[in-house]
Design a protein around this ligand. Structure first.
Ligand code: SF4
Length: 113
């Protein structure tokens, strides 16, 4: 794959953890591997991993399928929860799924009072 712009290069560098480019496990992500090996381009990865109202359920399943086989899925999953990443699919979960888990945890915690 040829990286055609500095924006694409920055996106590629940040895949799996936008805004924090120095996390070692990112280098081993399946999403990044697919870009590095030319299986998908950066724009397609971004479209799949950052769902919008135009995304289809199939798009989300494709992204989740990559996470399913990813060797750093646990690290990615935990990172997204620890940083409260507001957007995107990480560790096989959408932002909505992370939000629902946080809500459930808050309700469970309040129930212990
Ligand atoms: S778990 Fe998913 S989003 Fe995270 S690095 Fe792997 S493929 Fe990418």
């Amino acid at each position: 794959m040829t990286i055609t712009s500095s924006v694409e290069a920055e996106v590629l560098a940040g895949l799996a953890a936008p805004g924090d480019y120095d996390i070692p496990w990112q280098q081993s992500g399946e999403c990044r591997r697919q870009v590095k090996e030319g299986i998908r381009d950066v724009k397609e990865i971004m479209r799949l991993f950052y769902p919008t109202r135009h995304s289809t359920p199939a798009d989300i399943l494709v992204a989740k399928g990559m996470c399913e086989v990813c060797p750093v899925r646990d690290e990615c999953h935990d990172w997204a929860h620890e940083t409260r990443e507001p957007n995107g699919i990480f560790g096989g979960e959408t932002q909505e799924e992370r939000r629902l888990q946080r809500s459930a945890a808050r309700r469970a915690y309040k129930g212990k009072d």
